[in-house]
Structures are given as structure tokens and as C-alpha cells.
Design a protein around this ligand. Structure first.
Ligand SMILES: Cc1cc2nc3c(=O)[nH]c(=O)nc-3n(C[C@H](O)[C@H](O)[C@H](O)COP(=O)(O)OP(=O)(O)OC[C@H]3O[C@@H](n4cnc5c(N)ncnc54)[C@H](O)[C@@H]3O)c2cc1C
Length: 236
């Protein structure tokens, strides 16, 4: 088979793998190039929200409509607690899931391993440790963010606390950004996303942890420091 019949994809993140699965199921031969040794390199059992409030339909049904199965943990959340800048609590509930909490990184049940498995089953070839440089005959660039205009500081941890989703909007916790606490199945992620005043990140993180300890019963076991970055073109 010559190169023109192969679609190269740069990056084995969710964007690259979903594109690869879709193309392979449509009969294309696909090679995904991934510069790291495994999928989900940026994440270590982080909890993330697959949001379900921005489209008419259900996000998992939307994924199914282009051939992506749910072979990863996707825990529906029907309630979220929002703290406004004055610290007032607002509880939002919905009969339809507001979000599905997924696990990220090369850990059992994660979105990343689930998509990798589906891609391989669809016949996609994934070449790890092979960075993409040029795509002279075209292809798909799915390399994730380049650069950053926000940084996220937080902890990944184990916990006995019940599942829950909490968001706080306050410049005291996350200037121009937001802080959140997600807990699902004994794992937790607490983050403060700063869009300004980056050099005081430790201070904002300490305040965020103290805030959720006070207002959401946060208890962390074995906390691991987490630092992330995002560009506004990336959704966090
Ligand atoms: C701490 C944190 C929390 C977040 N929380 C949420 C959330 O709750 N909800 C949400 O929707 N989103 C969240 N996000 C954003 C979400 O993680 C990203 O939008 C998503 O991972 C982007 O997927 P992607 O496939 O575009 O890029 P990535 O996941 O970054 O994957 C890109 C892949 O391409 C590879 N790559 C890069 N360059 C090359 C190259 N030249 N050659 C080969 N391979 C290459 C990388 O190694 C990587 O594996 C969060 C992000 C962070 C950092």
C-alpha cells in the first residue's frame, strides 16, 4: 500500500484517537504517531468532566453516533454545587447527566486506554516514540495545546468522601479562572486554574484546598501534586 492510501495522525490523545477510529471504521488505513511511550502522558488518573450541557443530545450518544463505544469509566453526575464570588452556595440538579466524569492517563478504565483499545481493534497502527514532523501528503494534526495562557495547580488524591462535583468562582482562589473539586469512586482531583498572577500559585492552591475542606468536606489521602497548562483554545 502506498503512502497516499494511509492517513497519518499526529498525536494519540482523544482527538487523534477518535479521528483514527472514525477513519479506520470508514475503511481507511491509519497510522497514529505518538511522541511518548504511551497514551495519556499528561495525566495520572486525573478526573475530568466530559461536559453534557452544551449540546442538545447526550455526549455519549454523540460519540456512539460516530462509532466510539463507552469502554471506559464515564460516571454520570446529576448534581453540581457552585460557589459564587461571595461564597454563596448554589446547588444545580438535573435529571439528565450534567457531565460524565472520566479518568485520564494510562490507568485502568481511563478514557485514554479505552480509546487506544478501540483504535487498535479497528486496525489503527499506533507508533509510539515517533514524533510527527511534517505531513507532506496531508493528514490530521492532533497534538494538543501549544503554549499556555492558564496554569492549573492542584492535587490528585485518594479519598473516602462520597462522589461530588464542586466549582468555585473567586479571584481569591483562582484569579480570572475557577477552582474545582471532583470526586468519583474513591479518587479525587482538586484544581485551581489561574489566568493571572501565576507566581502566587502555591498561595491560591492552599486557599483552594482550605476552601473545599471547609465547604465540601474535602479529605485527601496520599495527595500528589498536579500541574497543568492550557491555552484558551483548549477546553478545561
Ligand atoms: C489539568 C487539566 C484538566 C483538564 N480538565 C478537563 C475537563 O474537566 N474537561 C475537559 O473537557 N477538558 C479538560 N482538560 C482539557 C483536556 O484534557 C484536553 O482538551 C484534551 O486532552 C485534548 O485532547 P487532544 O487529543 O486535543 O490533546 P492531548 O490530550 O494533549 O493529546 C495530544 C497528544 O499528541 C502528542 N503529540 C504532541 N505533539 C506531537 C508530535 N509532534 N508528534 C507526535 N505526537 C505528538 C502528545 O504527546 C499527546 O499524547 C483538562 C486539561 C488539563 C491539563
Amino acid at each position: 500500500m502506498n503512502a497516499e492510501n494511509i492517513t497519518p495522525v499526529c498525536g494519540a490523545g482523544p482527538a487523534g484517537l477518535v479521528a483514527a477510529i472514525t477513519l479506520a471504521r470508514a475503511g481507511r488505513r491509519v497510522i497514529v504517531y505518538e511522541r511518548h511511550t504511551e497514551v495519556g502522558n499528561r495525566f495520572h488518573d486525573d478526573l475530568q468532566g466530559l461536559e453534557n450541557w452544551t449540546t442538545e443530545g447526550d455526549v455519549l450518544e454523540e460519540l456512539a453516533s460516530f462509532g466510539v463505544e463507552v469502554n471506559f469509566t464515564a460516571a454520570p453526575f446529576h448534581e453540581a454545587v457552585l460557589f459564587d464570588p461571595e461564597g454563596r452556595e448554589h446547588v444545580y440538579q438535573s435529571p439528565h447527566p450534567m457531565a460524565y466524569i472520566v479518568h485520564r492517563g494510562a490507568v485502568p478504565g481511563s478514557l485514554d486506554l479505552g480509546l487506544r483499545e478501540q483504535a487498535l481493534a479497528a486496525g489503527v497502527e499506533i507508533r509510539f516514540r515517533e514524533p510527527c514532523r511534517q505531513l507532506p501528503n496531508g493528514g490530521i494534526v492532533a497534538e494538543g495545546p501549544h503554549g499556555a495562557d492558564a496554569i492549573g495547580v492542584g492535587y490528585l488524591f485518594d479519598t473516602d468522601r462520597a462522589d461530588g462535583a464542586f466549582v468555585a468562582l473567586s479571584d481569591d482562589l483562582a484569579p480570572q479562572g475557577y477552582a474545582y473539586l471532583l470526586i468519583q469512586g474513591g479518587r479525587g482531583t482538586v484544581m485551581s486554574w489561574l489566568y493571572d498572577d501565576f507566581h502566587r500559585d502555591r498561595e491560591y492552591l492552599e486557599r483552594t484546598v482550605a476552601f473545599f475542606q471547609r465547604h465540601a468536606g474535602l479529605v485527601m489521602h496520599d495527595p500528589r501534586r498536579k500541574i497543568g497548562r492550557a491555552s484558551c483554545r483548549e477546553r478545561v
